[in-house]
Design a protein around this ligand. Structure first.
Ligand SMILES: [Zn+2]
Length: 380
């Protein structure tokens, strides 16, 4: 299997969407490749359980009022300027700052002065058809030193003309949303998208593309990517968060041929170009003016997370492992809050329940053709 090495494995989803003929607004949401130590602690299955719960994503935010350091790996002054201007769209409404160095040059990445976010503009020679990708929130701190954590494709593909400023700005806004901790809106628990995707057509188109495109994934990985990047997350959503919003900048533009109801689909958008009201509302909850309010918010989410563990069918051992991981991440990223997720008093089974295993094993894609279903043993 080959993937786009220039962008890393977290960019795979856009290859999928582009293969389906979609306007590939952005990339893979998710997350990081954890450091070796964290990977040993948390299996791919554990990560899948966590990412499926909406409440988990709220733990990936940066401390309110802090300055996130940003550097650029490419020297394209115009795109640096576009990037800097797009960040203001977010920082106007959120209590967070980006420290990009001084205008107009901004900061070039330096291995001796590490930055929290490392931005890369060029897609390299691998034939990448991504338009962008980013680590989500503080997971960029787990990236390998020197590796880019946020990617913006200046061209639709190598050799193609440069994308318009409006398109670039839109992609940048979306990727910065990820960098601030926002997941995809079409995967909101209230999203109607999953019921409207034309899975068979998607699979067939994907196979046709994969047959002639060396950067595509083999078909058995297709469903894994769909589950990770297209299917809705589960409740509970973090406290106070707005309902599903098709106009969110964090929503994909799906091609009409991929939607059963076409342009009439509740999942169809021809393109948010700026932040929606719900994007702003989310930011105000995640990065409130008063940093103490963020501590209250995170503490409340930790309590919701604990209750979610209690009702999930997870065994005591799994619940303790996941709670310990989240607690540890919060301690590292939000030092001083002292948030605890105590599962010792919960009534938990000794083994993970069969229902949970079934839910993890079977994507909610009832009519997916055999060739696009997961391989019997899916390595991740
Ligand atoms: Zn995205």
């Amino acid at each position: 299997m080959r993937t786009d090495q220039s962008a890393g494995r977290w960019c795979i989803v856009c290859l999928v969407l582009a293969a389906l003929g979609g306007a590939c607004l952005a990339d893979a949401v998710h997350a990081s490749e954890p450091s070796a130590a964290e990977e040993a602690e948390l299996s791919a299955r554990d990560r899948r359980i966590l990412r499926n719960w909406s409440v988990y994503w709220s733990f990936l935010i940066w401390p309110a009022g802090s300055a996130i350091s940003v550097c650029f790996l490419d020297r394209d002054a115009e795109v640096r300027q576009l990037f800097a201007s797009a960040t203001e769209g977010w920082t106007r409404i959120a209590n967070i700052r980006f420290d990009m160095g001084a205008a107009p040059g901004y900061r070039t990445c330096d291995p001796f002065e590490p930055s929290d976010i490392r931005v890369h503009f060029r897609s390299g020679s691998s034939g990448s058809i991504l338009s962008g990708s980013s680590y989500v929130g503080t997971t960029s701190l787990n990236a390998r030193p020197g590796k880019s954590t946020l990617f913006i494709a200046v061209q639709a593909a190598p050799g193609k003309p440069r994308r318009s400023d409006a398109e670039l700005r839109r992609t940048i806004l979306h990727e910065i949303g990820h960098a601030l901790g926002l997941p995809h809106e079409h995967q909101h628990p209230g999203s109607p998208c999953a019921a409207d995707y034309r899975w068979k057509e998607a699979c067939a188109r994907y196979q046709a593309r994969a047959a002639k495109d060396a950067t595509a994934l083999d078909a058995s990985r297709f469903s894994t990517q769909l589950r990770a990047q297209f299917l809705p997350r589960s409740e509970p959503v973090p406290t106070g968060m707005p309902a599903y919003d098709v106009e969110s900048i964090m929503h994909y533009r799906f091609p009409t041929r991929l939607l059963t109801s076409g342009r009439n689909s509740g999942c169809f958008t021809d393109g948010p170009r700026t932040l929606s009201e719900s994007d702003a509302a989310r930011m105000k909850i995640l990065y409130p003016p008063d940093a103490a309010a963020q501590a209250v918010f995170l503490t409340a989410q930790a309590d919701i997370f604990r209750r979610t563990l209690a009702g999930s069918g997870l065994s005591r051992a799994t619940a303790m492992r996941l709670a310990g991981f989240v607690e540890d991440q919060l301690r590292k990223r939000h030092a001083g809050l002292g948030i605890k997720i105590d599962v010792s008093g919960l009534d938990l089974p000794e083994r993970d329940t069969t229902e949970l295993e079934k839910a993890l094993a079977a994507p909610k894609i009832m009519d997916l053709p055999e060739e696009c279903r997961p391989a019997a043993k899916t390595a991740e």
